[in-house]
Design a protein around this ligand. Structure first.
Ligand code: B12
Length: 230
């Protein structure tokens, strides 16, 4: 194996380990080194940090890790993201506005890392993103969409018990008469395309990069549905 390839593989596995160890300082200093070495921030996330999070989830499910460990891992992930986020956002700064997205995690759910990543990549690709945070009720999504005249609402859910609150967002849009104007995309680890269809969402994406492709597709659908102004 070429030495360069070996080196980058080592860096990615150190990133993964920093998440498993719940070591914020190591996680951020590896992110700094990666940026200085010209590694694409998305590659560091995909090949280093996210696999670390997946590993943590599996260990938690097997009873080999406990809640405080998972919290420390989340802190390490946030620390790495604080370095990578500005580098990702810079990409979107000069692009024309692709659309307005209101983003949030469903009511009862405080998982935010995946949602933040989706928001960062949407911003990096020219979308104007308003992140409502976590534990957000359907009515709040609808009210913010009305206020900003948003094109898309993105709803994240990480728990099987809070997935159904994604449907509550769609219900709130219907109740406020906004459903035909706003596209809804859903995501989060337990969410599937089938679930998205079942609740009447306009789209589902399994990760942040495909969320960008989906948002672009939804914008196109919106534009095609718009009556011509002559
Ligand atoms: C970190 C973590 C936590 C942290 C969250 C910290 C934070 N600030 O976010 C803390 C410690 C707080 C936590 C708490 C809990 N957690 Co937790 N957690 C995780 C863990 C390990 C990682 C989640 C994560 O950040 N992944 C990394 C990101 C990048 O991936 P992601 O979230 O899937 O996002 C990607 C895609 O899904 C997609 N996406 C995400 N959102 C959206 C939105 C849209 C619109 C689109 C298009 C795409 C999209 O794109 C993202 C980027 O690629 C997962 C395990 C796992 N593998 O998912 C468990 C996990 C989700 N948690 C779990 C549990 C049980 C809990 C607790 C109930 C534990 C407890 N006993 O208290 C609590 C719940 C608290 C609550 N009310 O929400 C279970 C859920 C089981 C289930 N089936 O419901 C999991 C699966 C662990 C397990 N294997 O058992 N957790």
């Amino acid at each position: 194996m070429e030495p360069e390839i070996l080196m980058s593989t080592d860096v990615f596995s150190a990133m993964r380990q920093s998440i498993i160890d719940g070591a914020p300082d190591t996680a951020s200093s590896l992110a700094q080194q990666a940026i200085a070495a010209g590694t694409a921030p998305l590659e560091a996330i995909d090949k280093g940090y996210v696999p670390g999070m997946q590993d943590v989830g599996e260990q938690f499910a097997r009873g080999q890790m406990f809640l405080p460990d998972m919290m420390a891992s989340a802190e390490a992930m946030r620390s790495a993201m604080s370095i990578l986020d500005p580098a990702l956002r810079k990409l979107g700064a000069e692009r024309p506005m692709a659309g307005t997205v209101v983003l949030g995690t469903t009511k009862g759910d405080i998982h935010e890392i995946g949602k933040i990543l989706v928001g960062t990549l949407l911003t990096a690709h020219g979308f104007l993103v308003h992140d409502l945070g976590v534990d957000v009720a359907g009515e709040k999504f609808a009210a913010k969409a009305r206020e900003l005249n948003a094109d898309i609402i993105g709803v994240s859910a990480l728990l099987t018990t809070t997935m159904r609150n994604q449907k509550a967002v769609i219900d709130a849009l219907e109740q406020s008469g906004l459903r035909s104007q706003v596209k809804v995309m859903v995501g989060g680890a337990p969410v599937t395309r089938r679930w998205a269809d079942e609740i009447g969402a306009d789209g589902y994406a399994p990760n942040a990069m495909s969320a960008v492709a989906l948002a672009r597709e939804l914008m196109q659908q919106k534009q095609e549905a718009m009556p011509l102004h002559i």
